[in-house]
Design a binder for this molecule. Structure first.
Ligand code: GLY
Length: 373
């Protein structure tokens, strides 16, 4: 089943290279991807899909397009265009770092190291965290850390490995520790963001941005946490991170509906037209493969995790994918970007497509994506 899903996806990706040209897909509206000239937080996912396509098929067409995207990321870096946010890892891990990993291109390695430096500028020593968006004085976002940022820490861990400079790794570890302390709640659910006093660094409280309420659990945030902590464990061997990833995964599983694909928030009233977020479940599935890879055969959670991973992925492939819909631009239907803001509450999300492809390729062929070497 995984192979058929991958083959179907690869055809769509190739069709999209013609549709998109040198632009990048973000989310779709009524099934048509909104394109931009590389100025959103999501642009690395398209690049990552092209590198995956090349690795799986060996087809030079994917490689050529992927390399062009990296050139675009180089220009973005040179002009420092829309880089004042924490998603630098999503942008450069899946584009230039992927190129380095696939073909050992020195220029791509250098570009990725520059990206790590850009991310380091977000370090706020007062509260010991990486600020999610904007500058420190930003009235709305100054002092805010975010759970999604766990997926940007691999860039910092990788930069330390490459350079021997421990500063990147230390920042990543501190951010992971602060995320455990402030973003993960005692019942293993999570806040989307947490706010610190900009001047004093004092911890103020949890708050949402895309979730239902400040106290609810935004399902995509929980999924970022599962995958992010599993990766933090890979890089550090700290068992606390593995334990946190497991606990967050169990919470995610316990709050799934019958078809094993998450609603957009675990606390939103569930009515017949409540939106799903298939992208949260795609991230969760990819994170579960990483998490399970760290568990011993005798681990008490392993069998359940494997079962839930299979059920999630089967549901995504059978009920949420566009398999057989030849003209579809996206791979995974029913993602939710920002429900309260009424922005793409039920459409394709390019990160949903990326993680869906990543997990399928890892399951089918052991092609694991670009979060670590
Ligand atoms: N990182 C932003 C989002 O998941 O929507």
């Amino acid at each position: 089943m995984w192979k058929a899903a991958i083959e179907d996806a690869l055809v769509k990706i190739k069709d999209n290279t013609k549709r998109f040209g040198d632009h990048f897909p973000h989310v779709s509206f009524n099934g048509k991807y909104d394109l931009n000239p590389n100025e959103d937080w999501t642009n690395g996912f398209w690049s990552g899909m092209l590198w995956l396509g090349y690795e799986y098929s060996g087809d030079e067409a994917y490689r050529e397009t992927a390399r062009r995207t990296v050139q675009s990321f180089k220009r973005r870096m040179e002009s420092h265009r829309v880089l004042d946010h924490h998603d630098i890892g999503f942008l450069y891990t899946l584009s230039s770092q992927a190129q380095w990993m696939v073909e050992r291109d020195e220029e791509a390695r250098e570009l990725t190291l520059q990206a790590a430096d850009v991310l380091m500028r977000r370090w706020r020593p007062n509260g010991q965290y990486l600020q999610a968006w904007g500058l420190p004085e930003d009235p709305q976002h100054g002092g805010r850390m975010i759970i999604d940022c766990l997926m940007n820490l691999p860039l910092l861990f990788w930069a330390s490995q490459q350079t021997g400079d421990e500063r990147y790794r230390e920042a990543a570890i501190k951010q992971a520790n602060q995320s455990r302390r402030y973003l993960v709640r005692g019942d293993d659910s999570s806040y989307h963001t947490f706010v610190f006093d900009v001047e004093t660094g004092e911890a103020m409280g949890g708050a949402t941005h895309q979730g239902y309420t400040n106290g609810s659990t935004w399902s995509r945030g929980q999924a970022w946490g599962v995958y992010g902590f599993a990766l933090a464990y890979r890089y550090t061997g700290n068992p606390l991170y593995l334990d946190t990833a497991k606990r967050m995964a169990t919470y995610f599983i316990r709050h799934l509906p019958e078809d094993h694909v998450a609603y957009w928030d675990f606390d939103v009233p569930m009515e017949k037209d409540t939106y799903r977020d298939s992208s949260a479940s795609a991230i969760f599935a990819a994170g579960m493969v990483e998490l399970i890879s760290h568990l011993d055969a005798g681990d008490q959670d392993r069998a359940e995790f494997e079962e839930k991973l299979r059920l999630t992925l089967e549901s995504l492939v059978c009920h949420y994918s566009t398999i057989g819909e030849q003209d579809a631009e996206g791979l995974l239907k029913h993602g939710a970007y920002y429900v309260r803001g009424n922005t793409a509450p039920d459409d394709f999300m390019i990160w949903g497509d990326y993680f869906y492809l990543e997990v399928l390729m890892r399951m089918d062929r052991g092609i694991k994506g670009y979060w670590y070497e």
